[in-house]
Write a protein that binds this ligand. Structure first.
Ligand code: FAD
Ligand code: DLZ
Ligand code: SF4
Length: 522
């Protein structure tokens, strides 16, 4: 029987050498525990690439810790003794190592945080669960900021984060005289030969072993496993970040909302999986982006936009997740009850925009923000899809998806299912928005200009039908009331035709079937 001082627990999204659970540790007397467990791979049926990315990055991090002198007890998924869950593996490790105490960093989501709470009394030793200080704004700081505010608005929170970090500040004033340059950032893009692309990496032998494991064990999960080109080590993550800052950041702002059928990534960073598992430090990235601006290599609208996504949206979203508690994911303010259409899994649809967003999700476990918000999210909103089913889909299919960040984006920003906590109005749009911001419509079998008839773009009738369905709620919102006034100017016959068109489309959609593939075993 071994006796160690402290068992230090590191979860799959805590791959950071300066993690609070590792701080102050004694490499000669402590053991780090990392666990691949079946429950985490199936609580939703994650995309194959997402599972491969997380397990490969965990194994790489364990090797990095060993190289720096730590003893790591690493539990593999295919070890026959593996209990399949965190608590079971911690219990086995406690029985084996007989530590005087366990130290962990609080988990990123309610489900696992509740498990950690139970560890406190369970093993008869001290269990120290420390705050995750890889975020700029602690949970208590966010709660204090939110306290007494009638509405939580990201923009005001963001300004406080700018002041707190000093990012893009000149004295007490924002660089360039404005806090937000979003109005410059809505340009449609055109494909050319000079588009940057994210760095891709050939799988190492360590990653190859994980790919074989995932191919064997998760063959029936959504998504294509290969080619697999994700960064999985800290050095590769660093190369990815340097590449983004050098080649894509300068145009990030201009084309932030654009979509192109030939370009899956445009000028986006594709760094979210790396930031979310802890391979990149978000504040460091922002400081480096600011340095690009100060050196004259990237314009202010791009750098401000990028920094806002990270110290503004990312931190705000996390604050809302913890503030609103575990029932937030059950929000359904608009009473949406339609089952998730099968096309979210198959990509089988004539709608070119949906086929593109879902197709690249299947291939890459990635879609950029506007595809998530204004294509797949917008469609589900207009069609009245059950927000919880949609939440499980987003949580399963994206490599960057962890509940703390996915849920407020889906339930709040995209589906308005929290009744307006995250967004001041629903992100609902007709086909005209997609036509303006993309090149999808040109190759679509539907006509974006038509509202009625077999060739009419489905987004059009669905949009007006959605507005009318929820008019009692939206009348009070000045930004929605304007669209309702337009609707009211349509003739009775035109309105009836729109509703009939929407109903016919939705009936076809339901007939095409639904599928609960995101669910793990009951
Ligand atoms: P970029 O466009 O390059 O942006 C830079 C960084 O800013 C991102 O890497 C990310 O860390 C941060 N960021 C940008 N927007 C947001 C946002 N709204 N919330 C939080 N961080 C943001 N993001 C996730 O990280 N995980 C998710 O599970 C997730 N689910 C989403 C679900 C829906 C329905 C929507 C509308 C958005 C979701 N987002 C999620 C936010 C956003 O779409 C992704 O962060 C972004 O697409 C990641 O790609 P990127 O790294 O190329 O981002
Ligand atoms: C998402 C995920 C997956 C697929 N597998 C593991 C795993 O085997 N071991 C692990 O420690 N973490 C995994 N994760 C990430 C966890 O689900 C994540 O750490 C929790 O959601 C807590 O936020
Ligand atoms: Fe999408 Fe409508 Fe455009 Fe087709 S016509 S790509 S369905 S917005």
């Amino acid at each position: 029987m071994l006796h160690i001082d402290t068992l230090r627990i590191v979860l799959g999204d805590q791959l950071t050498p300066t993690l609070s659970a590792l701080r102050g540790g004694d490499k000669t007397r402590d053991v780090v525990l990392m666990m691949e467990v079946a429950d985490e791979t199936t609580y939703v049926r994650h995309h194959k690439k997402k599972i491969a990315f997380i397990l490969a990055a965990m194994r790489a991090f364990a090797d990095e810790l060993r190289a720096s002198g730590w003893t790591v007890d690493y539990r593999r998924l295919d070890d026959p003794a593996n209990t399949g869950n965190f608590t079971g593996e911690v219990a086995r490790a406690v029985a084996h190592h007989r530590p005087a105490r366990i130290v962990a960093t609080e988990a990123g989501e309610h489900r696992v945080a509740a498990m950690q709470e139970r560890w406190r009394g369970r093993f008869g030793i001290e269990a120290d669960v420390r705050a995750d200080d890889r975020f700029l704004c602690s949970k208590t700081e966010f709660a204090a900021w939110a306290d007494g505010r009638r509405q939580l608005r990201m923009e005001f929170f963001y300004r406080d984060m700018r002041r707190k970090t000093g990012l893009l500040m000149r004295g007490g004033e924002p660089e360039g005289g404005k806090w937000n340059f979003d109005s410059d950032n809505r340009k449609p893009a055109r494909g050319d030969h000079f588009m940057p692309s994210p760095r891709r990496f050939a799988p190492s032998p360590r990653t190859r072993a994980v790919l074989d494991l995932v191919a064997r064990r998760f063959a029936d999960h959504f998504g294509e496993l290969e080619p697999f080109a994700f960064a999985t080590t800290r050095a590769e993550a660093e190369e990815s970040a340097a590449n983004f800052l050098a080649v894509a950041l300068p145009r990030f702002g201009d084309y932030q909302d654009a979509m192109l059928s030939s370009e899956k990534f445009l000028y986006h960073s594709v760094l979210s999986p790396l930031i979310n598992v802890g391979l990149l430090d978000p504040l460091d990235l922002c400081r480096r982006a600011e340095a690009e601006y100060r050196a004259g290599r990237a314009p202010l609208n791009s750098v401000e936009g990028f920094i806002r996504q990270i110290i503004g949206w990312r931190e705000f979203i996390r604050g809302v997740y913890w503030l609103k508690g575990p029932n937030y994911v059950r929000g359904n303010a608009l009473g949406a009850a339609r089952r998730l259409p099968a096309m979210y899994w198959t990509g089988d649809t004539d709608m070119a925009c949906m086929a593109a967003a879902i197709g690249q999700t299947r291939e890459e476990a990635y879609a950029h923000h506007i595809q998530r918000l204004m294509v797949t999210g917008n469609f589900a909103l207009l069609a009245g899809v059950d927000p919880h089913e949609l939440h499980e889909w987003y949580l399963a299919v994206y490599a960057d998806a962890f509940e703390w960040v996915e849920a407020p984006n889906t339930i709040g920003m995209s589906q308005f299912a929290d009744g307006g906590v995250v967004a001041s109005k629903p992100y609902a749009a007709s086909g005209a928005y997609i036509r303006r911001m993309s090149d999808y419509c040109g190759a679509c079998r539907y006509s974006v200009d038509q509202r009625i008839g077999p060739d009419a773009c489905p987004f059009n009738a669905l949009y007006w039908d959605f507005l009318a369905r929820h008019r009692a709620r939206f009348n009070a919102n000045p930004r929605m009331a304007q669209m309702l006034r337009t609707y009211d100017r349509f003739s009775d016959a035109a309105r009836a035709a729109l509703h009939e068109q929407a109903a016919r489309f939705l009936a076809h959609l339901d007939q095409a079937g639904t599928d609960r593939r995101s669910r793990g075993p009951a």
